[in-house]
Design a protein around this ligand. Structure first.
Ligand code: AMP
Length: 223
C-alpha cells in the first residue's frame, strides 16, 4: 500500500505548497484521521498530546474550510476562534496559522494576557478570519467590545485538560454563553477526566472520535 499523502486528504494547492515548504512529506496519524472528518463539517473529540502534529492538523483543516468562503468584511468579528491555555501555546498556534496560510488570503492574529491590551484592541479593529486567544484576555476584550464572537463558525479548544488544570473553567463557561449555538467545535485533550467529558458533552454535538498515541514514545522513554 502506498504511503498516505497530504494531497489525498483533499487539501487545496496553496496549502499543499505551504506544507511542501515545511518539508513534511506525509500526514501524521492524527492529521490523517482528523482532517477528513473535520472537512465533512462534524465536531471532533481528539485525544492527542503535543508532539502528534495536532496543531498543523486543525490549522490546515480550518484553512481549507475557510477557502470556500468569501472575504470577511466586519471588523473584529472573527469566523474562527482557537482557545489555548497559555500565551506560549497561543503564539505557537498563531505561528502555525501563519506558516500554512502564507499562500492564501486569510487573516489571523493572537491575543493573550500579560501584555498591554491597547495594541491588541487596535489590531482587532479590522476584518479578521482567525483569532487565537487565551481565555482571560479574550473575555477582557469581549467586555470592552473590542471583539465580537457572534460570527464564530469554528471553535477549537486546544489542550482542554490544561485549561481546566489552570482554573479556566469559569472563563470557558462565560464564553460558552456567548458562542453562537450553530458552529463546528473541535476539542483536543491529552487526558479525559470526568470534568473534560462533561465539558465535551456541553460543547460538542455527536463528535467524531480520534485517538492517537504520542509520536516517538520510545525515543522519549530512552532519552
Ligand atoms: P504538535 O503536536 O502540533 O505540537 O506538533 C509537533 C511537531 O510535529 C511540530 O514541531 C510540527 O512542526 C511537527 N509536524 C506536524 N506535522 C508534521 C508532519 N506531517 N510531518 C512531520 N512533522 C510534523
Amino acid at each position: 500500500m502506498s504511503e498516505l499523502t497530504f494531497a489525498s486528504l483533499a487539501l487545496a494547492e496553496p496549502l499543499l505548497r505551504a506544507i511542501a515548504d515545511t518539508g513534511y512529506t506525509a500526514p501524521t496519524p492524527i492529521q490523517a484521521q482528523a482532517i477528513p472528518l473535520v472537512l465533512q463539517g462534524g465536531d471532533l473529540l481528539a485525544a492527542a498530546q503535543t508532539g502528534t502534529g495536532k496543531t498543523a492538523g486543525f490549522t490546515l483543516t480550518i484553512l481549507q474550510l475557510l477557502l470556500g468562503k468569501g472575504p470577511i468584511e466586519a471588523k473584529g468579528r472573527p469566523r474562527v476562534l482557537i482557545l489555548t491555555p497559555t500565551r506560549e501555546l497561543a503564539a505557537q498556534v498563531e505561528e502555525s496559522v501563519q506558516t500554512y496560510s502564507k499562500y492564501v488570503d486569510i487573516s489571523s492574529m493572537v491575543v493573550f494576557g500579560g501584555v498591554n491590551i491597547r495594541p491588541q484592541q487596535q489590531r482587532l479593529y479590522k476584518p479578521l478570519d482567525i483569532l487565537v486567544a487565551t481565555p482571560g484576555r479574550l473575555l477582557d476584550l469581549v467586555g470592552q467590545r473590542s471583539v465580537d464572537l457572534s460570527g464564530i463558525e469554528i471553535l477549537v479548544l486546544d489542550e482542554a485538560d490544561r485549561m481546566l488544570d489552570m482554573g479556566f473553567i469559569h472563563d470557558i463557561k462565560k464564553l460558552m454563553a456567548i458562542f453562537p449555538k450553530e458552529r463546528q467545535t473541535l476539542l483536543f485533550s491529552a487526558t479525559f477526566s470526568d470534568e473534560i467529558k462533561e465539558l465535551a458533552d456541553k460543547l460538542l454535538k455527536n463528535p467524531g472520535l480520534v485517538e492517537v498515541a504520542r509520536r516517538n514514545t520510545t525515543n522519549e522513554l530512552i532519552s
